[in-house]
Write a new protein. Structure first.
Length: 356
Protein backbone atom coordinates (compact mmCIF):
# COMPACT_ATOMS: atom_id res chain seq x y z
CA UNK A 1 0.00 0.00 0.00
CA UNK A 2 1.31 3.46 -0.89
CA UNK A 3 0.51 6.55 1.17
CA UNK A 4 1.37 10.14 0.35
CA UNK A 5 1.74 12.17 3.57
CA UNK A 6 1.69 15.94 3.11
CA UNK A 7 3.28 18.22 5.69
CA UNK A 8 4.34 21.83 5.56
CA UNK A 9 4.66 23.51 8.91
CA UNK A 10 6.17 23.06 12.34
CA UNK A 11 3.35 21.27 14.20
CA UNK A 12 2.89 18.95 11.22
CA UNK A 13 6.55 17.97 11.34
CA UNK A 14 6.16 17.14 15.04
CA UNK A 15 3.14 14.95 14.23
CA UNK A 16 4.95 13.28 11.32
CA UNK A 17 7.83 12.18 13.56
CA UNK A 18 5.99 9.35 15.36
CA UNK A 19 3.57 8.73 12.52
CA UNK A 20 6.12 8.24 9.74
CA UNK A 21 7.87 5.66 11.90
CA UNK A 22 4.65 3.74 12.51
CA UNK A 23 3.50 3.98 8.89
CA UNK A 24 6.80 2.84 7.43
CA UNK A 25 6.64 -0.50 9.24
CA UNK A 26 3.42 -1.26 7.33
CA UNK A 27 3.16 0.75 4.08
CA UNK A 28 5.25 2.68 1.54
CA UNK A 29 5.13 6.28 2.67
CA UNK A 30 5.97 9.10 0.27
CA UNK A 31 6.57 12.30 2.22
CA UNK A 32 5.74 15.66 0.61
CA UNK A 33 6.88 18.97 2.14
CA UNK A 34 4.83 21.90 0.88
CA UNK A 35 7.35 24.54 1.97
CA UNK A 36 4.70 26.54 3.87
CA UNK A 37 7.24 26.89 6.69
CA UNK A 38 10.62 27.44 5.11
CA UNK A 39 12.59 29.28 7.84
CA UNK A 40 15.37 26.96 9.02
CA UNK A 41 14.28 27.28 12.68
CA UNK A 42 10.74 26.18 11.83
CA UNK A 43 11.60 23.42 9.38
CA UNK A 44 15.11 21.95 8.95
CA UNK A 45 15.90 22.03 12.65
CA UNK A 46 12.79 20.01 13.55
CA UNK A 47 13.41 17.49 10.73
CA UNK A 48 16.96 16.93 11.95
CA UNK A 49 16.20 16.75 15.65
CA UNK A 50 13.20 14.47 15.35
CA UNK A 51 14.87 12.27 12.75
CA UNK A 52 12.02 12.70 10.28
CA UNK A 53 12.70 11.05 6.91
CA UNK A 54 13.84 13.50 4.23
CA UNK A 55 10.88 14.56 2.09
CA UNK A 56 10.57 12.73 -1.23
CA UNK A 57 9.08 15.84 -2.82
CA UNK A 58 9.31 19.53 -1.96
CA UNK A 59 6.59 21.77 -3.40
CA UNK A 60 8.62 24.87 -2.52
CA UNK A 61 5.56 27.06 -2.20
CA UNK A 62 7.37 29.92 -0.45
CA UNK A 63 5.80 33.10 0.91
CA UNK A 64 2.41 34.44 -0.17
CA UNK A 65 -1.11 34.98 1.04
CA UNK A 66 -2.88 31.80 2.23
CA UNK A 67 -5.03 31.82 -0.91
CA UNK A 68 -2.03 32.24 -3.22
CA UNK A 69 -0.17 29.49 -1.36
CA UNK A 70 -3.23 27.24 -1.62
CA UNK A 71 -3.43 27.75 -5.36
CA UNK A 72 0.27 27.05 -5.91
CA UNK A 73 0.21 23.95 -3.73
CA UNK A 74 -2.84 22.52 -5.51
CA UNK A 75 -1.27 23.16 -8.90
CA UNK A 76 1.98 21.44 -7.88
CA UNK A 77 0.25 18.57 -6.10
CA UNK A 78 -1.81 17.48 -9.09
CA UNK A 79 0.97 16.04 -11.29
CA UNK A 80 2.75 14.67 -8.24
CA UNK A 81 -0.29 12.76 -7.01
CA UNK A 82 -1.10 11.54 -10.49
CA UNK A 83 2.47 10.19 -10.84
CA UNK A 84 2.65 8.66 -7.35
CA UNK A 85 -0.89 7.20 -7.64
CA UNK A 86 -1.22 6.57 -3.89
CA UNK A 87 -3.92 4.48 -2.23
CA UNK A 88 -4.46 7.28 0.25
CA UNK A 89 -3.39 10.86 0.91
CA UNK A 90 -2.81 11.70 4.55
CA UNK A 91 -3.03 15.30 5.78
CA UNK A 92 -2.43 16.66 9.26
CA UNK A 93 -4.08 19.34 11.35
CA UNK A 94 -5.56 22.53 9.99
CA UNK A 95 -3.21 24.57 7.82
CA UNK A 96 -3.21 25.76 4.22
CA UNK A 97 -1.10 22.67 3.46
CA UNK A 98 -3.83 20.47 4.98
CA UNK A 99 -6.50 22.07 2.83
CA UNK A 100 -4.40 21.89 -0.34
CA UNK A 101 -3.76 18.17 0.20
CA UNK A 102 -7.44 17.58 0.91
CA UNK A 103 -8.67 19.43 -2.18
CA UNK A 104 -6.10 17.82 -4.46
CA UNK A 105 -6.92 14.32 -3.19
CA UNK A 106 -10.66 14.91 -3.50
CA UNK A 107 -10.43 16.28 -7.04
CA UNK A 108 -8.27 13.33 -8.10
CA UNK A 109 -10.59 10.86 -6.38
CA UNK A 110 -7.91 9.56 -4.03
CA UNK A 111 -9.12 8.53 -0.55
CA UNK A 112 -8.18 11.09 2.07
CA UNK A 113 -7.19 10.51 5.69
CA UNK A 114 -7.19 13.40 8.16
CA UNK A 115 -4.97 13.21 11.23
CA UNK A 116 -6.43 15.41 14.00
CA UNK A 117 -9.94 15.29 12.57
CA UNK A 118 -12.99 16.70 14.35
CA UNK A 119 -11.48 19.66 16.17
CA UNK A 120 -13.62 22.75 16.29
CA UNK A 121 -13.24 26.20 17.77
CA UNK A 122 -16.69 27.13 16.40
CA UNK A 123 -15.13 30.32 15.08
CA UNK A 124 -15.44 30.29 11.30
CA UNK A 125 -13.37 33.47 11.01
CA UNK A 126 -10.29 31.42 11.96
CA UNK A 127 -8.42 30.16 8.88
CA UNK A 128 -7.68 26.97 10.80
CA UNK A 129 -11.39 26.33 11.41
CA UNK A 130 -12.18 26.76 7.71
CA UNK A 131 -9.40 24.34 6.82
CA UNK A 132 -10.55 21.72 9.33
CA UNK A 133 -14.21 21.79 8.40
CA UNK A 134 -13.57 21.41 4.66
CA UNK A 135 -10.91 18.74 5.18
CA UNK A 136 -13.10 16.67 7.50
CA UNK A 137 -15.98 16.74 5.04
CA UNK A 138 -13.72 15.49 2.24
CA UNK A 139 -12.11 12.71 4.29
CA UNK A 140 -12.80 8.99 4.10
CA UNK A 141 -10.76 8.30 7.23
CA UNK A 142 -11.24 10.71 10.14
CA UNK A 143 -8.56 10.12 12.77
CA UNK A 144 -9.74 11.91 15.90
CA UNK A 145 -7.51 12.70 18.88
CA UNK A 146 -10.29 13.05 21.48
CA UNK A 147 -13.87 12.04 22.32
CA UNK A 148 -14.82 15.70 21.88
CA UNK A 149 -13.59 15.55 18.28
CA UNK A 150 -15.71 12.43 17.59
CA UNK A 151 -18.77 14.19 19.04
CA UNK A 152 -18.09 17.31 16.94
CA UNK A 153 -18.05 15.20 13.76
CA UNK A 154 -21.24 13.37 14.75
CA UNK A 155 -22.99 16.75 15.10
CA UNK A 156 -22.03 17.46 11.49
CA UNK A 157 -23.33 14.07 10.37
CA UNK A 158 -19.89 12.50 10.01
CA UNK A 159 -19.83 9.03 11.56
CA UNK A 160 -18.38 6.78 8.84
CA UNK A 161 -14.63 6.20 8.87
CA UNK A 162 -14.31 7.93 12.24
CA UNK A 163 -11.70 6.51 14.65
CA UNK A 164 -10.74 7.81 18.10
CA UNK A 165 -7.02 7.07 18.02
CA UNK A 166 -5.57 9.48 20.60
CA UNK A 167 -3.22 12.34 19.92
CA UNK A 168 0.02 11.88 17.98
CA UNK A 169 1.47 14.90 19.76
CA UNK A 170 1.38 12.84 22.95
CA UNK A 171 3.29 10.11 21.11
CA UNK A 172 5.90 12.71 20.11
CA UNK A 173 6.06 14.09 23.61
CA UNK A 174 6.58 10.61 25.14
CA UNK A 175 9.14 9.75 22.46
CA UNK A 176 11.26 12.87 22.87
CA UNK A 177 10.69 14.12 26.44
CA UNK A 178 13.51 11.95 27.88
CA UNK A 179 16.01 13.41 25.37
CA UNK A 180 14.63 16.90 25.90
CA UNK A 181 14.71 16.53 29.68
CA UNK A 182 18.45 15.85 29.51
CA UNK A 183 19.12 19.19 27.81
CA UNK A 184 20.18 22.18 29.88
CA UNK A 185 16.95 24.06 29.05
CA UNK A 186 16.40 26.91 31.50
CA UNK A 187 19.82 26.48 33.13
CA UNK A 188 21.48 27.41 29.82
CA UNK A 189 19.65 30.74 30.04
CA UNK A 190 20.46 31.25 33.71
CA UNK A 191 16.84 30.62 34.70
CA UNK A 192 15.67 28.60 37.70
CA UNK A 193 13.29 25.71 37.03
CA UNK A 194 9.82 26.84 38.04
CA UNK A 195 10.96 30.47 38.04
CA UNK A 196 9.93 31.70 34.60
CA UNK A 197 7.17 31.71 32.01
CA UNK A 198 7.36 30.33 28.47
CA UNK A 199 5.53 32.48 25.91
CA UNK A 200 4.54 31.77 22.27
CA UNK A 201 2.29 33.86 20.01
CA UNK A 202 1.74 33.35 16.29
CA UNK A 203 -1.94 33.19 15.32
CA UNK A 204 -3.23 35.51 12.61
CA UNK A 205 -5.81 36.89 15.06
CA UNK A 206 -2.97 38.18 17.24
CA UNK A 207 -0.88 39.71 14.50
CA UNK A 208 -2.96 40.79 11.54
CA UNK A 209 -4.39 44.17 12.58
CA UNK A 210 -2.78 47.16 14.33
CA UNK A 211 -5.30 46.81 17.19
CA UNK A 212 -4.46 43.14 17.68
CA UNK A 213 -0.73 43.88 17.65
CA UNK A 214 -1.20 46.64 20.24
CA UNK A 215 -3.17 44.23 22.45
CA UNK A 216 -0.37 41.67 22.13
CA UNK A 217 2.24 44.21 23.16
CA UNK A 218 0.09 45.26 26.14
CA UNK A 219 -0.08 41.64 27.27
CA UNK A 220 3.65 41.07 26.81
CA UNK A 221 4.61 44.21 28.69
CA UNK A 222 2.21 43.35 31.52
CA UNK A 223 4.37 40.31 32.35
CA UNK A 224 6.28 41.12 35.50
CA UNK A 225 8.35 37.96 35.97
CA UNK A 226 11.11 36.35 33.89
CA UNK A 227 9.68 35.03 30.64
CA UNK A 228 11.26 33.32 27.64
CA UNK A 229 9.62 34.24 24.32
CA UNK A 230 10.89 32.36 21.23
CA UNK A 231 9.38 34.65 18.62
CA UNK A 232 7.73 33.13 15.55
CA UNK A 233 9.08 34.80 12.37
CA UNK A 234 5.63 36.01 11.40
CA UNK A 235 5.11 37.65 14.80
CA UNK A 236 8.51 39.30 14.66
CA UNK A 237 7.89 40.56 11.16
CA UNK A 238 4.49 42.03 12.12
CA UNK A 239 5.86 43.66 15.28
CA UNK A 240 8.72 45.20 13.30
CA UNK A 241 6.44 46.38 10.51
CA UNK A 242 4.10 47.89 13.13
CA UNK A 243 6.98 49.73 14.81
CA UNK A 244 6.40 47.80 18.06
CA UNK A 245 9.39 45.48 18.18
CA UNK A 246 11.61 47.83 20.21
CA UNK A 247 8.96 48.26 22.88
CA UNK A 248 8.72 44.49 23.33
CA UNK A 249 12.49 43.98 23.18
CA UNK A 250 13.02 46.67 25.83
CA UNK A 251 10.65 45.08 28.35
CA UNK A 252 12.96 44.09 31.21
CA UNK A 253 11.53 40.68 32.13
CA UNK A 254 11.13 39.36 28.58
CA UNK A 255 13.89 37.32 26.98
CA UNK A 256 13.36 37.17 23.23
CA UNK A 257 14.92 34.60 20.93
CA UNK A 258 14.32 33.13 17.50
CA UNK A 259 12.17 29.97 17.55
CA UNK A 260 14.01 27.14 19.29
CA UNK A 261 14.09 23.48 18.27
CA UNK A 262 11.47 21.05 19.56
CA UNK A 263 13.85 19.52 22.10
CA UNK A 264 14.95 22.85 23.56
CA UNK A 265 11.36 24.03 23.55
CA UNK A 266 10.27 20.92 25.45
CA UNK A 267 13.10 21.41 27.95
CA UNK A 268 11.99 25.01 28.50
CA UNK A 269 8.39 23.87 28.83
CA UNK A 270 9.20 21.23 31.43
CA UNK A 271 10.93 23.86 33.60
CA UNK A 272 8.36 26.64 33.20
CA UNK A 273 6.10 27.91 35.99
CA UNK A 274 3.43 28.33 33.32
CA UNK A 275 3.01 28.64 29.58
CA UNK A 276 1.39 31.70 28.01
CA UNK A 277 0.38 30.93 24.44
CA UNK A 278 -2.05 31.19 21.55
CA UNK A 279 -0.73 27.94 20.04
CA UNK A 280 -2.91 24.87 19.72
CA UNK A 281 -0.17 22.31 20.13
CA UNK A 282 1.54 24.07 23.02
CA UNK A 283 -1.68 24.00 25.09
CA UNK A 284 -1.63 20.22 24.89
CA UNK A 285 2.09 19.91 25.47
CA UNK A 286 1.71 21.96 28.65
CA UNK A 287 -0.93 19.47 29.76
CA UNK A 288 1.29 16.50 28.89
CA UNK A 289 4.05 17.95 31.08
CA UNK A 290 1.74 19.03 33.93
CA UNK A 291 2.54 22.72 33.39
CA UNK A 292 -0.34 25.23 33.83
CA UNK A 293 -1.38 26.96 30.63
CA UNK A 294 -2.72 30.47 30.07
CA UNK A 295 -4.25 30.67 26.59
CA UNK A 296 -4.44 34.08 24.94
CA UNK A 297 -7.65 33.24 23.10
CA UNK A 298 -11.34 33.30 23.94
CA UNK A 299 -11.90 29.74 22.78
CA UNK A 300 -9.93 26.56 22.22
CA UNK A 301 -10.22 23.28 20.38
CA UNK A 302 -8.68 21.55 23.40
CA UNK A 303 -11.70 22.13 25.65
CA UNK A 304 -10.82 19.22 27.96
CA UNK A 305 -7.83 21.11 29.31
CA UNK A 306 -10.02 24.10 30.20
CA UNK A 307 -12.92 22.09 31.61
CA UNK A 308 -10.49 20.03 33.68
CA UNK A 309 -8.93 23.14 35.24
CA UNK A 310 -5.50 22.88 33.54
CA UNK A 311 -5.81 25.74 31.08
CA UNK A 312 -7.24 29.27 31.48
CA UNK A 313 -8.64 31.24 28.55
CA UNK A 314 -7.84 34.93 28.92
CA UNK A 315 -8.11 36.39 25.43
CA UNK A 316 -5.46 38.99 24.61
CA UNK A 317 -6.28 40.86 27.83
CA UNK A 318 -3.49 42.00 30.19
CA UNK A 319 -5.74 42.07 33.27
CA UNK A 320 -7.06 38.55 32.72
CA UNK A 321 -3.56 37.26 31.96
CA UNK A 322 -2.23 38.77 35.21
CA UNK A 323 -5.14 37.29 37.19
CA UNK A 324 -4.58 33.86 35.64
CA UNK A 325 -0.86 33.98 36.41
CA UNK A 326 -1.63 34.88 40.01
CA UNK A 327 -3.72 31.72 40.43
CA UNK A 328 -2.21 28.75 38.65
CA UNK A 329 -3.62 26.04 40.89
CA UNK A 330 -4.67 22.92 39.00
CA UNK A 331 -5.73 19.35 39.82
CA UNK A 332 -2.94 16.90 40.66
CA UNK A 333 -4.44 14.09 38.55
CA UNK A 334 -4.39 14.41 34.77
CA UNK A 335 -7.03 12.26 33.02
CA UNK A 336 -5.90 10.54 29.80
CA UNK A 337 -7.79 12.94 27.49
CA UNK A 338 -5.28 12.39 24.70
CA UNK A 339 -4.85 8.63 24.86
CA UNK A 340 -1.87 6.54 25.81
CA UNK A 341 0.91 7.69 23.47
CA UNK A 342 0.13 4.98 20.88
CA UNK A 343 -1.94 7.07 18.46
CA UNK A 344 0.55 6.64 15.62
CA UNK A 345 0.24 2.83 15.79
CA UNK A 346 -3.55 3.08 15.72
CA UNK A 347 -3.50 5.48 12.80
CA UNK A 348 -1.19 3.21 10.82
CA UNK A 349 -3.48 0.24 11.57
CA UNK A 350 -6.59 2.21 10.54
CA UNK A 351 -4.90 3.29 7.30
CA UNK A 352 -3.97 -0.30 6.43
CA UNK A 353 -7.44 -1.59 7.35
CA UNK A 354 -9.06 1.08 5.17
CA UNK A 355 -6.93 0.07 2.20
CA UNK A 356 -7.55 -3.68 2.66
N1 LIG B 1 7.67 24.65 19.07
C1 LIG B 1 9.04 24.56 18.84
N2 LIG B 1 9.81 25.68 19.02
C2 LIG B 1 9.30 26.88 19.41
C3 LIG B 1 7.91 26.97 19.63
C4 LIG B 1 7.11 25.82 19.45
O1 LIG B 1 9.54 23.49 18.48
O2 LIG B 1 10.06 27.85 19.54
C5 LIG B 1 6.84 23.44 18.84
C6 LIG B 1 5.97 23.03 19.99
O3 LIG B 1 6.67 22.17 20.86
C7 LIG B 1 4.81 22.32 19.31
C8 LIG B 1 4.71 23.02 17.98
O4 LIG B 1 5.93 23.74 17.80
O5 LIG B 1 5.10 20.97 19.10
C9 LIG B 1 3.54 23.97 17.98
O6 LIG B 1 3.53 24.67 16.82
P1 LIG B 1 2.78 26.05 16.62
O7 LIG B 1 2.54 26.69 17.93
O8 LIG B 1 3.59 26.78 15.60
O9 LIG B 1 1.44 25.63 15.89
P2 LIG B 1 -0.01 25.23 16.39
O10 LIG B 1 0.12 24.06 17.29
O11 LIG B 1 -0.61 26.43 17.03
O12 LIG B 1 -0.73 24.88 15.13
Amino acid sequence: MRIVSIVGNRPQFVKAAPLSRALRTRVDEVLVHSGQHYDPELADLIFDELDIPAPDHALGVGPGSPLAQLAVMCERLEPLLVAEAPDMVLVYGDTTTTLAGALAAAKLDIPLGHVEAGLRSFDRSMPEEQNRVVTDHLSALLLCPTDTAVANLAREGLTRGVHQVGDVMLDASRMFAPVAGARPGPAALGLDPGGYLLVTIHRAAATDTPEALRAMVDVLTAIEEPAVFPVHPRTRHKLEAGGLWDEVAAHPTLRLSPPVGYLDFTALLIGARAVVTDSGGVQKEAYFQGVPCVTLRDGTEWVETVEGGFNTLTGMDPGRVRAALADLSMPAERPPYYGDGRAAERIAEAVVAHGA
